[in-house]
Design a protein around this ligand. Structure first.
Ligand SMILES: Nc1ncnc2c1ncn2[C@@H]1O[C@H](COP(=O)(O)OP(=O)(O)OP(=O)(O)O)[C@@H](O)[C@H]1O
Length: 230
């Protein structure tokens, strides 16, 4: 199938093998994917099926052993490391299961700090951090440090940090795994709002059937390939 211009990601024949020779592990064996812009997508699959490996490839943290990944029409593997870093820092946001916040900094400082180290213009940093925290409903808690916040608030801080530079793609590896189901659904509301109001595309991994019910598409990884999208 030809990639449609409205696809933010078009990947074909992606393979990823770790190791060599008799010790080689063939994790992805020819994954094809087309992700429409402004959609909320989940990858599912048993533990070890390659979800994190795929997220690392789509976010240009890793390179495929074979195959092509077009992100906003650009072939990621043809770019230098510097160009890939630039795309990741400007067009993508990453969120992890463990939040990964800096403990001694407030929510606001956590967001502002990441803008600072990624070279975001100094004159716009304060406004961008405040807008991102507002987007996830954290304005009242922005001067609290992580240990003074609930798990859901900490994850919303991590989301604010990932969206403050206004990326087009948000990649989230198990973002609700450490949260109870009610809080997990609140995070999904934040994601849905980002898709609807900020026009982002969100790709997440999950094991939670309740979450698979509320995303736009679920892709299942099995035996190194994507099986029937639902
Ligand atoms: N750098 C690496 N070197 C060798 N093997 C690796 C490497 N990274 C991942 N693997 C292997 O690839 C397979 C897929 O791992 P991956 O973390 O992508 O699975 P997953 O679907 O995200 O699992 P989980 O649901 O448990 O997080 C596993 O067998 C893992 O051991």
């Amino acid at each position: 199938m030809e990639p449609a211009s409205s696809d933010i990601i078009a990947a074909s024949g992606i393979k990823r093998t770790f190791g060599r020779g008799s010790g080689a592990v063939h994790v992805l064996k020819g994954v094809n994917l087309q992700i429409p812009s402004q959609s909320l997508i989940a990858f599912k699959g048993r533990s070890g099926s390659g979800k994190t490996t795929l997220i690392n490839l789509l976010s240009a943290l890793d390179r495929p052993s074979d195959g092509s990944i077009l992100f906003e029409g650009k072939e990621l593997s043809s770019l230098s490391n510097r160009e890939r870093d630039h795309i990741r820092r400007t067009r993508m946001g990453l969120i992890f299961q463990s939040f990964a916040l800096i403990p001694l900094m407030s929510a606001y400082e956590n967001v502002e700090f990441v803008l600072r180290v990624s070279g975001y213009p100094a004159s716009d940093r304060k406004a961008a951090a405040i807008a991102a925290l507002d987007h996830v409903g954290l304005t009242p808690r922005m001067h609290h440090r992580p240990f003074e916040m609930s798990g859901g608030e900490q994850q919303r801080t991590a989301i604010a940090r990932a969206i403050a530079h206004k990326p087009s793609l948000l990649l989230a590896d198990e973002p609700t795994a450490e949260l109870d189901s009610r809080t997990g659904l609140q995070i999904m509301k934040v994601f849905r709002n980002l898709v609807e109001t900020a026009g982002m595309t969100i790709i997440m991994t999950t094991h939670d059937p309740a979450i698979m019910e509320i995303v736009d598409h679920v892709y299942e990884l099995e035996d190194g390939q994507i099986v029937v999208p639902t």
